[in-house]
Design a protein around this ligand. Structure first.
Ligand SMILES: [Zn+2]
Ligand SMILES: [Zn+2]
Length: 168
């Protein structure tokens, strides 16, 4: 889990394509505003079985609300994963996934801050930690190609789905 207070503190730039300036929310009639950002996100997330596909752009859609103590963001992130069946290791067809998130951006966060609380820089919210956290927490690390996937032979490793009569 990513935290600003962790050793990862400088992992993400504060000024990047996934940074939004929320300053105008302080003066607008409505206290909220909708945003859509779509771009590549070049972080490693996942493991060898299921990993975030960096070649496919991430799309983040959200509503930011001026909540006086900070800004409250609620929305969703679309992204692609490269997955393998956890039983037979075959490639699974890639689908665009959509995961929801909520986040609260404040000026100061304490050491034991709850997850979902992020630091605001001036009036700029950096969304990269949200993307990193949301995808990381949404990944199913045990995907299967089908409910009755027979997996691999425990002795020789042959795929038992394609070799139903196999015996070792
Ligand atoms: Zn399988
Ligand atoms: Zn075998």
């Amino acid at each position: 889990m990513y935290r600003f207070n962790s050793a990862n503190k400088n992992k993400f730039l504060y000024n990047n394509k996934f940074s939004v300036d929320l300053y105008s929310l302080q003066f607008s009639q409505a206290s909220y505003k909708d945003f859509v950002i779509e771009d590549k996100f070049l972080e490693d997330i996942g493991n060898s079985l299921v990993s975030f596909d960096k070649t496919y752009p991430v799309r983040i859609e959200f509503t930011a609300t001026n909540a006086k103590l900070g800004y409250y963001l609620k929305g969703n992130i679309s992204y692609k994963l490269a997955s393998h069946c956890s039983r037979c290791l075959e490639n699974l067809s890639e689908k665009v996934q959509k995961s929801q998130f909520t986040a609260f951006f404040v000026d100061e966060i304490d050491k034991n801050n709850d997850c979902g609380v992020y630091k605001l820089y001036g009036n700029v919210a950096n969304l990269e930690p949200i993307i990193f956290d949301t995808i990381g927490l949404s990944i199913d690390y045990s995907p299967i190609c089908s409910e009755d996937c027979k997996g691999l032979c425990a002795f020789c490793g042959i795929n038992l789905n394609a070799n139903s009569k196999h015996k070792c």
